[in-house]
Write a protein that binds this ligand. Structure first.
Ligand SMILES: [Cu+2]
Length: 343
């Protein structure tokens, strides 16, 4: 009956092969998704280098083991009898010492050394250089971003100067989150009652997507953000503009929206600097109109998406900590116009 079992065995084997290729393909980056293998800054470059050296080392060892296996399968067997004094005994002991003790020791020491070297390369600069410090505070399920020594507060977008190290001061308002921008650095946890620091650098101006890497509740998967690296002049300009209070509203529809915003619950959870709205529970909206996304990079910041968000935040983010608001069509129109005018 051996053949019956053999036929059955063939199918699981094929599944394993499919699974293997499936998993290896899963690592292929879709255009636009951040990949640790496409580093855009010095720390991420070191980490990618470490990944590739582990991959290379692993592949070499795997091939060597397979070569030995093939050799063992095909070498001619000599039938030795016990009384020939085990002529292969010594060879066998050597193989065990070489392959079982020496090889693993050398490999593990190498891996350890490479890891320590990478740790050193990505460690914070020894002297705390006077780079830009940015405070990033995790919330369920969005990111508050503050620029110390300025009045700038924003959300879900971290603007940085390109080509220089930036110090991120990572904190959380509620549960444990983890800050991760795969193209710029490894991840670092945001832990209640603790401040962690991470130095990042983007070599070129551009946009880098970040995400929460520690399960933090139902909408954890929709807790993303953008790092936007400007040329240094552009960054200084952005910071000055962002520090300013909201511009005076002149458009009548937007004015109507502003009045609504102040009279509804909005102003108790959101701040618009320069107005009576000083809420701290939700994202600062002072320059909301100039942000690219809303609800932590869940939706593009378009009037349609904003209208949908205000009527029913749960539609995009079930369980979101922003309540739905009953609004007439005119009220909604006024609110959207007001918010989008906050440039
Ligand atoms: Cu989170």
């Amino acid at each position: 009956m051996a053949w019956v079992r053999e036929r059955h065995m063939r199918y699981p084997q094929r599944n394993w092969i499919l699974l293997f290729f499936g998993l290896s393909l899963a690592a292929c980056a879709r255009q636009g998704t951040p990949s640790t293998l496409q580093p855009a800054g010095p720390a991420a470059t070191e980490i990618a280098r470490l990944s590739w050296s582990f991959f290379g080392l692993g592949t070499a060892i795997y091939l060597a083991v397979i070569a030995f296996l093939v050799y063992a399968l095909f070498r001619s067997r000599r039938r030795t009898s016990d009384d020939e004094n085990y002529p292969h005994q010594k060879d066998a002991t050597n193989v065990v010492i070489l392959g079982g003790v020496l090889m693993p020791a050398v490999t593990l020491v190498t891996v350890f050394g490479l890891t320590l070297y990478t740790f050193r390369q990505v460690a914070p600069p020894a002297a705390e250089t006077a780079g830009q410090t940015i405070q990033v505070i995790g919330h369920q399920w969005w990111w508050e971003v503050r620029y110390p020594d300025t009045t700038t507060v924003t959300a879900n977008e971290i603007h940085i100067p390109a080509g220089e190290p930036v110090r991120l001061q990572l904190e959380t308002e509620d549960v444990v989150h983890s800050f991760w921008v795969p193209e710029l650095h490894g991840k670092l946890d945001m832990i209640p009652n603790q401040v962690n620091y991470l130095w990042i650098q983007a070599d070129q101006p551009g946009q880098y997507r970040g995400l929460c890497a520690e399960f933090c509740g139902t909408q954890h998967a929709k807790m993303a953000f953008l790092v936007i690296a400007h040329p240094p002049d552009g960054f200084a300009e952005w910071l000055v503009h962002e520090s300013e209070p909201a511009a005076a509203i002149t458009d009548p529809l937007a004015q109507e929206g502003e009045t609504l915003f102040m009279s509804l619950a909005c102003a108790r959870c959101h701040a618009v600097r320069g107005t009576a709205a000083t809420g701290q529970l939700g994202p600062d909206l002072t320059h909301f109109g100039s942000r690219q996304t809303l609800a932590a990079a869940t939706l593009a910041n378009t009037p349609e998406n904003l209208a949908q968000w205000l009527l029913d935040p749960d539609h995009a983010k079930p369980g979101s900590l922003m309540p739905a608001t009953h609004l007439s069509e005119e009220q909604l129109d006024a609110l959207v116009t007001y918010l989008e005018s906050l440039q």
